[in-house]
Design a protein. Structure first.
Length: 264
């Protein structure tokens, strides 16, 4: 009998403990919901960026769209969509997204840089507006890559054969980050655009001995080698471009036989 009593008592205590420790889930506060939405938008935008750099544009658009569902005024998601649509040659969509992002965060240096590059590439009549975006970006003391933006500005004005201004931008980039590869390559292209083929030839050889080749540097090397009359070097660099970067814009230009269509 005593065993039954003890068993009943233990069962009763277990029942009490179970009842006493049932958690009551608290409703999240508005601030917590806001932070969750922001974090989710950030994660999905970062995923969009990863898909964008892999060339998986459709998934990148989907991820950026999810980010904006979580937080409709998340400017980095608009910036990412601008980049994706720019690559897809859907310029109206790209411009709208860049402008929407800047409408939310007018001082965002990354959006300024990217929008400036878009205008430089696709809207030659808006070159000064592009330079204005670049300069607004580099004025931000917290901007982490001003050397990239100065280089972009140099490449843009070089398209207009504004050699002195381009050189100034490239030099600014190299002051901030000595040895910066893109600015060094810009200086090589500057010499080539000026018609200083011999100087550009020695510079591109030195550049490719110092830095890892890219589709852009190999494309420039092909064109300089052709202008220098070095058929063996031209063939060699063309082979490297096709082998290393077969899907690049430069490789497509090479296959289309557009060696001299423009210096860019």
């Amino acid at each position: 009998m005593s065993r039954l009593i003890r068993a009943g008592a233990i069962g009763f205590l277990v029942w009490l403990v179970g009842c006493e420790h049932v958690p009551v889930q608290e409703k999240p506060t508005p601030e917590e919901l806001k932070q969750r939405a922001l974090q989710s938008a950030k994660i999905h935008t970062e995923l969009a960026g990863q898909y964008y750099y892999r060339g998986q544009y459709r998934v990148a658009i989907e991820e950026a769209g999810i980010a904006l569902q979580k937080k409709s005024d998340y400017a980095p998601a608009y910036n990412m969509l601008g980049l994706v649509y720019m690559d897809l040659q859907e310029d109206d969509q790209a411009e709208w997204n860049f402008e929407r992002g800047l409408g939310i965060t007018p001082d965002d240096p990354d959006i300024r840089n990217n929008f400036g590059w878009f205008l430089c590439q696709r809207k030659p009549d808006k070159m000064e507006q592009a330079i204005g975006h670049f300069m607004a970006a580099v004025r931000d003391p917290l901007y982490e890559t001003p050397e990239r933006t100065y280089t972009n500005a140099g490449l843009c004005v070089l398209k207009q054969n504004n050699f002195e201004r381009a050189q100034g931008f490239f030099q600014q980039a190299l002051v901030i980050r000595p040895g910066y590869a893109l600015a060094q390559l810009g200086m090589v292209e500057l010499d080539f655009s000026r018609g200083e083929v011999k100087k550009a030839w020695s510079s591109i050889i030195r550049y490719l001995q110092t830095y890892s080749p890219t589709s852009g540097s190999l494309w420039l090397a092909v064109r300089i080698a052709q202008a220098n009359g070095d058929i063996n070097a031209e063939t060699n660099y063309a082979f490297q471009l096709q082998k290393r970067f077969p899907d690049s814009k430069e490789a497509r230009e090479l296959r289309a036989g557009r060696l001299n269509h423009e210096k860019k």
